[in-house]
Structures are given as structure tokens and as C-alpha cells.
Design a binder for this molecule. Structure first.
Ligand code: XLS
Ligand code: NI
Ligand code: NI
Length: 455
């Protein structure tokens, strides 16, 4: 829908202003040879190709995130912003936000990103009061509406930033001060409604400050109860306004706090159960968050799939050598192929998608680096999807797993699981039938050989 808006003139800056690429990255197939006119193309991301009965674009549902690509300036704990984008720095903050939106939608167009994701504070400047902040957001929302309409780019998820402002230093929902809880609730209400109006497919809650630094000053029991109440309020409001997107929690064990309550999939599931929300809330999983929790990404996906709470993925990876959230673009085929294999086994990504919550390296200071980073990552994920498709269609891995558990299809196996055998009955059977289990090889190396053959 077109909106009239007192937009600064910069909102209509020509789309070639920020990136040197003229034409969107196109699919050219495996044999693509770069030329000066077309340095970059998709070799695997053929969005209309059918993969297991679905268009590739619909299997992958790529999203570009606003915060790292357009908000973040290239700082690190020791360094100042290195990027110095045209929309960063001095100037009227609202005009800068409009310029940022131009750059963002220009990148979406150039890489053919079907979705995007944002926090409220990425897209519009925070005002002196919440009311003023919400007014700023409302103006950007109108710009988004128009741009989404023009480009067909959709919103994968929205989220509220409940961690940057100092008011949240001791947590949002888990803050010792109920005024902070109230403020966070008001902020989430606003972004949830905005996400709803923009037809977002999901709403994410990442509890970066929902944790503690030391138990010396923390009432853990209270904080967990507060977090449960908060999540219930969000779910209640979702139903009140008729939002049909999924509510997702993004687990992460630590960073920025020493311990975060949404530690990993297992912990989040227990928490959801305790608060009666296991059918209302799913998870948004991130590769490096899994590693930081001592798991592989595949583990977290498989567990979420088994529990019925797989929601969406943040595809950015960590670094084997660094123990913090480096948010790098994925670039390892076997790793991503195993990820996609688990996603497909869990029935696909559904209403979620593959979001690049990923940062350029701090020395990649050209806006064009954003194009290369996203297109390369998207092409890698597409290639990984094709590998995973092969793994599934070939079926050898799954046949092995099935054979490994076939004992459970016997009369005894079924009876045990259906609760028809007590310990006493089993003890009697072992004696009467002279049961003597025969160990069998799990054949890990042979399966690794097989898995390698797909990559
Ligand atoms: C931080 C998280 C964050 C969420 C959105 O580590 O990954 O970026 O995805 O708040
Ligand atoms: Ni993260
Ligand atoms: Ni994330």
C-alpha cells in the first residue's frame, strides 16, 4: 500500500548508490565463468528448481538480517567502527534510517533475498520516550510497507531489542525491577503488532540479558517465574491480535551474560513444559549458539525436530578457534549439508527460514562485500540442500538406522514401549527365554565413508 510520508529526499536515492553491482545476482549453473560485467552468479541457487517437491526458494526461505548488515558499524571490543557507511554517523537520525532502508532493500534486490529480519532498534532511532520511539518505528513501517509491496520481499521475523539500552543491563523480563519488565512488555507489544501488520511469518525472542552474572545478587527462582510470565503474556497477545506467525525463542547459553536461561533446546523445552507453552512456542536455532552450549548444530536441530519445536534457523557460524559468537557467514559444505539433512528429516523448515544473522569481517569495509558474503552463503546453502536431498533420496543412511533399531519392531520391543512389561516381567522373560544380547558394530566409519560420498 502506498503511504504519504514526509520522507527526506534521501529516501529516493538511486539504487546504484551503495553497491557497484548493477544487475541482481542470477542463477547461471555450475559452469558459470565470471566476467568483468558479471563477476558473481549463483551456481546452485536455482530458486525454481524442485527439491523434494518444493521450489528451492521455498525450501530455504533465505533472510537477510538488518542489524549486522546495516546497523553494525564494524566495531570489536578493541576497535572503533571500521565501515563508515553513508547511513552511519552524523546527520538527522530519521533521514539516516531512511537511507539505511534504501540500502537494505537494495541489497535484498541484488541478492534476491526473499525475506528479511529486524529488531526495532535497527530500523529506527530510539526516541526520548517509548512513545517517540514507537512513532519513529511507525514511520519506517510505512516505508517498509511500500518497499515490500514494490519488491515482494517478505518479513521472516521481527524482534524487540531488549538488551542494548542500559535500562536492560540486569535483564528485561528477569529484571529485579518490575518497571523494566513493564517497559519490555510495552516494547514487545509494539514490535509484535508491527510484525503482524507487516505479515511477518514469525516473532523471535532472544534473551541476551535474561540471565545473570553472579548468584550472589540473583534470585534465580524468581527470575525464571518472571520469564515464564512474560512469555505467557506474549503468547496471549499474539492470540488477541490474531497473529498467525510462530513465536520463537532463540537459545544461547551465555554471552553477553555469564549464564542465560534459554541455554539450549533441551533447557528451553523443559521451560516451555513448565509454563504450559510447549505447543505455543518453538525455537530459532543458531549454529554458533549450539557450539557454545557444547552441541553441534545438527544435534540442536535433530532434538528440536524430535520434540516438535523446530521453528527457524540462524545460519551464521562460529570459529573453531574462538569461543565467542563470531557470527560468520557459513562456508563449509559438509557442515551445512549435515544441517540441511537434519532439517529435511525433521520435515523441512516450515514457516521458518534460513536467516543470516551474520557479520562481515571487520576488514571487509566495502558495501559490495555484503553482496559477496550473502550470495556466497546462499549458494553454499543451496548446494548443501542438494546434497541433503541426495542423502535422503538415496536412503542408505536411513536404511542403516532403521535396520539398527529393527529389534524394537518385534513383539517384545513393542510390548516394552506400550508399557506392557514390568521390570518383574522382563526379569522373568530374560530367564525363561535365556536372553543373551549380541553386540553388533555401529559401523560409524563405514557411515562416514558413505556420508563423504555425497559431498
Ligand atoms: C545474538 C543473537 C541475536 C538474535 C536476535 O547472539 O543471535 O542476533 O538472533 O536478537
Ligand atoms: Ni548469535
Ligand atoms: Ni541469532
Amino acid at each position: 500500500m502506498m503511504q504519504t510520508l514526509d520522507a527526506a529526499p534521501v529516501a529516493t536515492a538511486p539504487h546504484t548508490a551503495y553497491f557497484s553491482l548493477r544487475q541482481p545476482v542470477a542463477f547461471r549453473g555450475e559452469g558459470f565463468q565470471p566476467t568483468p560485467d558479471e563477476p558473481l552468479a549463483y551456481r546452485y541457487y536455482d530458486k525454481n528448481r524442485l527439491v523434494l517437491g518444493k521450489r528451492m526458494e521455498d525450501q530455504l526461505r533465505f533472510a537477510t538480517c538488518y542489524w549486522h548488515s546495516f546497523g553494525w558499524g564494524g566495531t570489536d571490543p578493541f576497535g572503533e567502527p571500521s565501515f563508515q557507511r553513508p547511513w552511519h554517523g552524523a546527520g538527522d537520525p530519521m533521514a539516516q534510517a531512511l537511507r539505511k532502508a534504501d540500502a537494505a532493500f537494495d541489497l535484498f534486490r541484488l541478492i534476491d533475498s526473499p525475506f528479511f529480519t529486524f529488531h526495532d532498534r535497527d530500523v529506527a532511532p530510539e526516541g526520548a520516550t517509548l512513545r517517540e520511539s514507537n512513532e519513529h518505528l511507525r514511520r519506517i513501517e510505512a516505508v517498509f510497507e511500500r518497499k515490500m509491496d514494490e519488491t515482494g520481499v517478505r518479513l521472516l521475523w521481527g524482534t524487540a531489542n531488549l538488551f542494548s539500552n542500559r535500562r536492560y543491563m540486569a535483564g528485561a523480563a528477569t529484571n529485579p525491577d518490575p518497571d523494566v519488565f513493564a517497559y519490555a512488555a510495552a516494547q514487545v507489544k509494539n514490535v509484535l503488532e508491527m510484525t503482524h501488520r507487516l505479515k511477518g511469518h514469525n516473532y523471535v525472542l532472544w534473551g541476551g540479558r535474561e540471565g545473570y552474572e553472579t548468584l550472589l545478587n540473583t534470585d534465580l527462582k524468581r527470575e525464571l517465574a518472571q520469564l515464564g510470565r512474560f512469555l505467557n503474556l506474549v503468547v496471549e497477545h499474539k492470540h488477541r491480535i490474531g497473529f498467525t506467525g510462530q513465536i520463537l525463542i532463540e537459545p544461547k547459553p551465555a554471552e553477553p551474560t555469564k549464564h542465560q536461561y534459554d541455554y539450549d533446546v533441551g533447557t528451553v523445552y523443559g521451560f516451555l513444559k513448565a509454563h504450559g507453552l510447549e505447543n505455543e512456542v518453538k525455537v530459532n536455532l543458531e549454529q554458533n549458539h549450539a557450539l557454545l552450549a557444547g552441541h553441534t548444530f545438527e544435534h540442536e536441530i535433530a532434538l528440536a525436530g524430535a520434540l516438535g519445536i523446530l521453528g527457524s534457523l540462524d545460519m551464521n557460524r562460529g570459529d573453531e578457534m574462538l569461543g565467542w559468537d563470531t557470527d560468520q557467514f557459513p562456508n563449509n559444505l559438509p557442515q551445512v549439508a549435515m544441517t540441511m539433512y537434519e532439517v529435511l528429516k525433521a520435515g523441512g523448515i516450515g514457516q521458518g527460514g534460513l536467516n543470516f544473522d551474520a557479520k562481515l569481517r571487520r576488514q571487509s569495509i566495502d558495501p559490495d562485500d555484503l553482496v559477496w558474503a550473502h550470495a556466497t552463503a546462499m549458494d553454499l546453502c543451496a548446494r548443501a540442500l542438494l546434497v541433503a536431498e541426495k542423502m535422503l533420496q538415496d536412503g542408505a543412511l536411513q536404511r542403516h538406522v532403521q535396520a539398527r533399531y529393527q529389534g524394537w519392531d518385534t513383539e517384545r520391543g513393542r510390548a516394552i514401549l506400550q508399557g506392557e512389561r514390568s521390570l518383574e516381567a522382563l526379569a522373568r522373560e530374560v530367564e525363561a527365554d535365556a536372553i543373551e544380547p549380541q553386540p553388533r558394530s555401529a559401523q560409524q566409519e563405514r557411515l562416514e565413508h558413505l556420508a563423504n560420498s555425497y559431498f
